[in-house]
Design a protein around this ligand. Structure first.
Ligand SMILES: [Zn+2]
Length: 139
């Protein structure tokens, strides 16, 4: 009898420990999108792109950059340009610089040339692409 009750206690404890956090897929079913952990507007459309941070399994981390789309000729990829100023101490002046980034463009956002977008760093998706568009600013 004693052994039996001990067994029961152990099993109940174990079941409590086994409780797993909800998987991403279940969250997507419940809410319609994944929470990517960044304060932005979630796209209203849905897509089935596995490299979409909201409806796929791609996680974002690292840098967040704001820029303008200058080319949308590739499939699900855009080129984003960012202008910034760099200080030159010798001349005590700034020089204008341009940074270009390849970014994945999921179908639910579908940013086109001229759009102001926010891109966020992710794992390398190809040789030159390690960013994904997470928000398109509408005017
Ligand atoms: Zn999507």
């Amino acid at each position: 009898m004693v052994a039996d009750s001990e067994k029961k206690k152990k099993t109940t404890k174990r079941t409590k420990m086994v409780k797993k956090p909800k998987k991403d897929k279940e969250k997507v079913k419940a809410k319609g999108y994944r929470d990517i952990g960044v304060d932005i507007i979630v796209p209203k459309k849905r897509c089935d792109d596995r490299n979409c941070p909201f409806h796929g399994t791609l996680s974002v981390r690292g840098q967040m950059i704001e820029g303008e789309v200058i080319s949308d000729k590739m499939q699900r990829t855009v080129i984003v340009e960012k202008n910034y100023r760099r200080y030159i101490p010798k001349y005590e002046r700034y020089e204008l610089r341009t940074g270009r980034y390849m970014a994945h463009n999921p179908p639910c956002i579908n940013a086109r040339t001229g759009a102001k977008v926010k891109i966020m760093e992710c794992r390398p998706l190809s040789k030159t692409k390690a960013f994904v568009v997470i928000e398109q600013k509408t005017k």
